[in-house]
Design a protein around this ligand. Structure first.
Ligand code: GRF
Length: 211
């Protein structure tokens, strides 16, 4: 069965190196998707320049209250109608009310994906490279996952390990981690959009099963 090329919306709050990697993968033909729009809560986000560079429609929706910010984003998204939301360093938790707009009744999940810089469930939340570095683990990694209503706790789509070397600094670890993220995110999205998958229960959690 031929699968359609999905429209995606990318949300980012900062530098946008993952956004750039996704846009470049699409341009190079490694990821079959179309970025229908880019949204940010941060008027100073460097990612805005990336949207301009790739000629992607850009919407800056500054945060005043969560409700106001989300309803502004929703009015853009209702017009653009992306199939998937791709979070790429978007630094705010989305509410259940907002996520419900992207509920996929067939898959029973939200069509919203995030990348997190650790091997979840280890080190959820902010500054995960720093958390792992300061803890002293020898291995950390990156995770691409479906977004649910909790913090970094949705079903895992893909993970990749990252060694913390004895001579690493937080800066060198973060740089190696980001380049791993750039590869993994596009690969994971391509798999999610092109392959057949479902969700199955795993204790009180759920996991992605490839078919
Ligand atoms: C990345 O480490 C990502 O995993 C996390 O936020 C960071 C965003 O970096 N969610 P960038 O803006 O894509 O460079």
């Amino acid at each position: 069965m031929t699968k359609l090329i999905p429209d995606i919306a990318v949300l980012a709050s900062g530098t946008g190196s993952n956004f750039r990697a996704i846009a470049q993968s699409i341009k190079d033909g490694r990821l079959a998707a179309n970025v229908s729009c880019f949204l940010t809560d941060n008027p100073d986000a460097k990612a805005i320049e990336i949207a301009k560079e790739f000629a992607i429609p850009c919407f800056v929706e500054p945060f005043s209250t969560k409700q106001d910010h989300e309803s502004r984003m929703l009015s853009v998204l209702r017009k653009r109608k992306p199939k998937w939301l791709v979070l790429a360093g978007y630094m705010r938790l989305l509410t259940k009310n907002f996520l419900e707009n992207f509920y996929d009744a067939e898959k029973t999940c939200y069509r919203v994906v995030n990348i997190h810089p650790s091997l979840l469930p280890a080190f959820p939340g902010k500054d995960a490279y720093r958390q792992a570095f300061e803890y002293g683990v020898q291995w950390t990694g990156v995770t691409v996952h479906l977004v649910s209503t909790g913090c970094d706790d949705g079903a895992v789509i893909a993970q990749s390990p990252l060694e913390i070397r004895p001579n690493d600094t937080l800066a060198s670890l973060t740089a190696r981690g980001l380049s791993l993220e750039h590869q993994l995110y596009s690969q994971a999205l391509q798999k999610l959009f092109r392959e057949t998958w479902g969700l199955e229960s795993a204790g009180d959690r759920r996991r992605v099963v490839w078919k």
